[in-house]
Design a protein around this ligand. Sequence first.
Ligand SMILES: Nc1ncnc2c1ncn2[C@@H]1O[C@H](COP(=O)(O)OP(=O)(O)OP(=O)(O)O)[C@@H](O)[C@H]1O
Length: 700
Amino acid sequence: MPKKRRRQEAGIDGAEEVQPAAASPAFSKKGWKSVQLDFELMKEFETAGGLYIEEADPDEVGVQYGGATEVPAVEKRRKRTKKKHQDKEDLSKVNERLKQELEDLRKKTQVQEEELAASDLSAWAEFELHPKLLVGLARQKFRTPTPVQARCLAPALRQRKDVVGAAETGSGKTLAFGLPILHHTLSSLPSADTPAAEDGPRALVLLPTRELAVQVQAHLNAVAQGSPVHTECLVGGMSTQKQKRLLRRKPAVVVGTPGRVYALLGLGEEVDKCQWLREGLKCLRHLVLDEADRLVESGHFKELDKILELVYSSVARPQQLQTFVFSATLTLDPRAQRGEEAGKVDALMSRLRFREKRAVFTVDLSKEPQSSKEEKEELPRRAKLPETLRFKELMCSGDKEKEPLLAVWLLRRFRWGLPVRAQAGGYAARVSAELQQNVEPEGGRVILFVNAISYVQRLSSVLALLLESPSASKVLSKVRMQGGKQSAPPGRTVDVLDLHSKMRQKDRLKRIERFRKLKDAVLVCTDIAARGLDVPDVSAVLHFQAPRGSEVFVHRSGRTARAGREGQSIAFVAPGDVEHWRRVYQAVGIAKEDTEAVEVFAEEISAAKEAARLAAELEKKVHQTSKQSSEQNWLKRAAREAELMLDEDQEEDLVRAAAPRKALWGLFQQLQARLRQPPRRSGAARLTKRERLAIARRGR
Ligand SMILES: Nc1ncnc2c1ncn2[C@@H]1O[C@H](COP(=O)(O)OP(=O)(O)OP(=O)(O)O)[C@@H](O)[C@H]1O
């Protein structure tokens, strides 16, 4: 099987229910060929850890390759080669190859399992988890349960209690409910080869956002890899047909957002019902509401309510239905919540049919885990924030100063470093002066939150130029810059990525995946990324615009300082924001003395102001010029098609329109010169690279 995902139309059983995608003109026009794959073999292949095989959607093919005239030459060549290759390959060969790779995987897994058997998993012993899960935990290198897991596993596993849990962001809540579900499902199987969910799913996990659902699915599948328990994900923004086909794999765990689950249960107006899912609700043993307080927010509540109604009327053994409700902000003071959202959590709780056996708890990592005897029935009204999170503030004289200060912060971290404060004495004095300032880490992954999609788009372009990100070439290519080659920036390559809800679902997921893999990157996003997004080692979260409420602040900040790591939450505070921030801090229990001010020097501000001004001007002009140029192109094309000559005035207009492009190149070079010259404090020599390294080593 090639490393790349195989996109094959699998004409698997049930074709009467689903229109084969290959019948679509988009497929036949592109010369794609339908092959019959052995569905059971595919399932086994994936269970054994093989790569995912996905069916192609006609609309995806259309979008990816465009119309006949839009297909780039390289793409066409690649497609022709692919077609030739596919023509040679008949069905039996595909299945033969799949079998061979499955065999190889089996051997590899066996070796891994032997290695894993040697890992120390004694910290999990008291929970008596299914051996397959222990292997999964060892594979993930999760040697000990996190406090929230330690707190939740005993009541959920042994006593099968319902659980309402509030624990800080990044504390491992997914496995706190995931492990009991996987354990109970695996333990109920007569043998390891028995299909886990013939008649219906065993667990339904509802989450508020698509990204979260995909993440939870991946998390559960990673731990259960190699077992017959498989999780599928149902989210909007992806084809319902494909998701119905995925459900034919009969997943034991279904993870999804309320909207799509609602549609596939046949509760919506469109007829999108999946019979297996709807009738299979009778088999449910676990119901999870993750990020419960967000689930009840506008848009989801009605659908959620109907899903719950259907679940309760369908489930065969209500007394065995275990309910988990989790969130980091479940316990926030309802007065801190906005208007009509305030009472909804309580309304949701009253609609859930908890059984008598129920554990309600919060986990505060600053305290020792409590014993199960101390289980509280009341949740204290306060939010959970990780101990390892530091709160900082950048005070701005007005909204206009926010961008230059953002530029200072980012350029310091990724380009310029921190300027030295005291210069008296030699190397040792400088080093200790720098140490006293508590050396900031350099580089890393940073998430920047703003409140509007249009702002994400503009700011990400400006920051790409400021940080000389590879994505800046996308901005610059819009005007096909003439007059010289762009030289590579000195030092680290910093990627600037954008993320917002108007992007296609696939692009959103790809963007998150890219951010996960990059060492140095800035993700500019709306609050779509605030909840649950689990990217390891995000070193800082920047609240460029204040969060709308305290719960959003908790979730935004929770993208950093995850799983016991260090992190910073940095607020950009203009005079108009002061009162709002005071209320946010108060609601989550952060005292004024818990926040630190970020010190910025005058030299840095003036250099960053100049850089930010040049970047903003360049971005604006690039935008204008690219708009102008598409209009000019239209004029030229229209004239050509009508076999008309442009008159002299029109030709002159075209020449004049080309002139600003050259001016843009000059602007870009000015910006580059400004960026590559770090600001100096007057009369101060900067630290050498060696000195900075020495500081970094001692300071951490
Ligand atoms: N036992 C463990 N040991 C080490 N790491 C773990 C363990 N359990 C989970 N993790 C890791 O901790 C990180 C956070 O886990 P998870 O996403 O479940 O947190 P969360 O509490 O749901 O956060 P949020 O409230 O932000 O959604 C993940 O990267 C996960 O892989």
